[in-house]
Design a protein around this ligand. Structure first.
Ligand code: ZN
Length: 132
């Protein structure tokens, strides 16, 4: 089964915790054993798994990416959002999480984040549940 999530981002860089939405898709799928594949079909956004307990972790990630890849630099891309494309490549476009006994096998401190790098926008996340 496949499900499209709609994500509304509010800033140029905005990490949205989508863990609960993804868990909901897994639970509705009725799949006990398998893989949950989360995919972002955008070139200036990404998805990652990291700590969702302390909100300062995502701020540190955001600030460090900003320092490494500033919005304004000597980029060639005429659209003016080269930094967002580069951050998207670094963060990646998909994550896979095992499902066992009907639950995502995320670690205690792990959450799934949609990473916006050229917002605010309405975005799509594709969640595919593979039984097996
Ligand atoms: Zn562009």
């Amino acid at each position: 089964m496949i499900k499209y999530l709609e994500i509304y981002t509010e800033r140029r860089t905005h990490f949205v915790d989508i863990t609960d939405e993804v868990k909901e898709v897994v639970s509705r799928s009725g799949v006990d054993e398998g893989i949950c594949y989360v995919y972002v079909p955008h070139t200036t956004a990404g998805v990652f798994i990291n700590e969702n307990a302390d909100p300062d972790v995502r701020i540190d990630i955001e600030n460090t990416l900003e320092k490494l890849i500033p919005w304004v630099s000597n980029y060639r891309h005429v659209e003016g959002n080269a930094a967002a494309h580069i951050k998207s490549v670094i963060v990646g476009s998909s994550v896979s999480i095992p499902i066992s006994k009907g639950k995502l096998l995320l670690g205690t401190w792990q959450g799934i984040f949609f990473a916006e790098f050229d917002g605010p926008r309405t975005r799509k996340v594709i969640v595919k549940i593979i039984e097996g």
